[in-house]
Unconditional design. Structure first.
Length: 76
């Protein structure tokens, strides 16, 4: 994210529930909107989907949910 948005973002993290991974955007805690939840999707988000959603938010404040999830891997 820092490479895609140099100097434009503040990235925070906090311990969550086991198996959870959520992404929110917003200017402060009161305006934060969730754009992705691993608990709902069952997978981590696709990086390009995250970048597109953050670009849209920075452009005009629109919050778009991320639909794309990373593909799984197959172990043979």
């Amino acid at each position: 994210m820092d490479a895609a948005f140099p100097g434009q973002l503040q990235i925070d993290g906090a311990p969550g529930r086991g198996g959870s991974f959520e992404i929110t955007v917003g200017n402060d805690a009161d305006s934060a909107k969730q754009i992705y939840s691993k608990l709902h999707s069952g997978s981590f988000p696709d990086a390009e989907g995250v970048i597109k959603a953050v670009e849209q938010f920075l452009k005009d404040g629109t919050v778009l949910p991320i639909d794309a999830a990373q593909g799984g891997c197959t172990v043979q």
